[in-house]
Design a protein around this ligand. Structure first.
Ligand SMILES: [Mg+2]
Length: 322
């Protein structure tokens, strides 16, 4: 009897050690399976699945094969990384102060421009919406604890609701523009959507906040390309544009689109004289083109790959912990 128990124990130990080696669930390959198909079910890429199972040829799997499946690092875990950035936006007085400071600078620039009597066209400004005028941190906070990331299927209902609060200082600033006959063009990559609900939700939101120029001429959402150049040009036609505001450098110039992390930094150096003068930047630590650059714009990358790319991008000192 004693021998039998130890034998069973040995089996249990073997099984548990093999599970810990794999560090993931097991899956038995069925007829019609491909590595890509299995990977998709477990929120992995086929490359990750192949790597996890030491498979060099992705076509070599057979029915009945046992595969370790992930994900090893889940989207829910990745979403945990949003906690500090989202808290900084929502709970730090420093973020609030920085928002006030940004609008205060923009207002000073407009006041200065208003003194210029040589301007012979109506004045205007071009502002982005999300994380420039509207605060979507409640959406980001809602993602925390969920096992899925940003997607249009959850983002669209949020914008259709039209309940995003204003960024601190935005309402007073835009009312100042209105009082001084400075037109406001809202150039945003929110999508209009087929049933127009993206546009309607946005307009509802802006109107509820009492913002000026909330009409079809001035609220320019995305109907095609994410490149804002054409919509900026629409605002520039017949207007003297005093400044541009955004949380993403593509809000100012399309030159910033699709660049690597280092290229973005270098390009920013090239344009440094424009910041605080023509280009007014609002901080957004939660998401943006800066994040895409870290992934080389591979938005199909898995949570595990993203976590790895984020950590690999960190600059750290070399000292070893004793
Ligand atoms: Mg934005």
């Amino acid at each position: 009897m004693k021998k039998r128990i130890s034998f069973l124990l040995a089996i249990v130990l073997f099984v548990s050690s093999s599970l810990s080696i794999f560090g993931a669930e097991q899956y038995t390959v069925k007829e019609g399976d491909t590595l890509a198909k299995i990977a998709k079910q477990f929120d992995m890429t086929y490359e990750e699945l192949a790597k996890l199972n030491n498979i060099s040829n992705p076509h070599s799997i057979c029915i009945g094969d046992m595969l370790a499946v992930g994900p090893v690092y889940t989207t829910e875990e990745l979403n945990e990384q949003l906690v500090m950035a989202t808290l900084w936006v929502q709970a730090s007085a420093e973020y609030r102060a920085l928002a006030y400071q940004t609008f205060s600078l923009a207002q000073m620039l407009i006041q200065k421009d208003l003194e210029d009597e040589t301007v012979d066209k109506p004045r205007a400004i071009v502002v982005d919406l999300d994380e420039t005028i509207l605060d979507n941190s409640p959406y980001e906070a809602w993602l925390i604890g969920k096992d899925f990331g940003y997607s249009s299927s959850t983002w669209n209902p949020w914008i259709q609701l039209g309940v995003a609060p204003a960024i601190p200082g935005a309402v007073d600033f835009l009312k100042f523009c209105e009082e001084n006959n400075v037109e406001v063009f809202y150039v945003s990559n929110r999508k209009v959507l087929d049933d127009n609900s993206g546009y309607e939700g946005t307009v509802k939101n802006l109107k509820a906040l009492g913002l000026p120029n909330v009409d079809e001429t001035h609220v320019l959402l995305r109907t095609g390309s994410s490149d804002k150049t054409e919509r900026r040009t629409m605002a520039e036609e017949g207007h003297h544009v005093v400044l541009y505001m955004g949380d993403n450098l593509n809000d100012f110039l399309h030159d910033f689109a699709g660049l690597s992390v280092d290229e973005r930094l270098t390009k920013t150096d090239e344009y440094k004289k424009e910041f605080g003068k023509k280009f007014i930047v609002m901080p957004n630590p939660m998401y943006g083109e800066w994040e895409g650059a870290i992934y080389n714009f591979n938005w199909k990358s898995s949570a595990e790959e993203r976590n790895e790319m984020r950590k690999n991008t960190l600059k750290t000192w070399e000292r070893e912990v004793q």
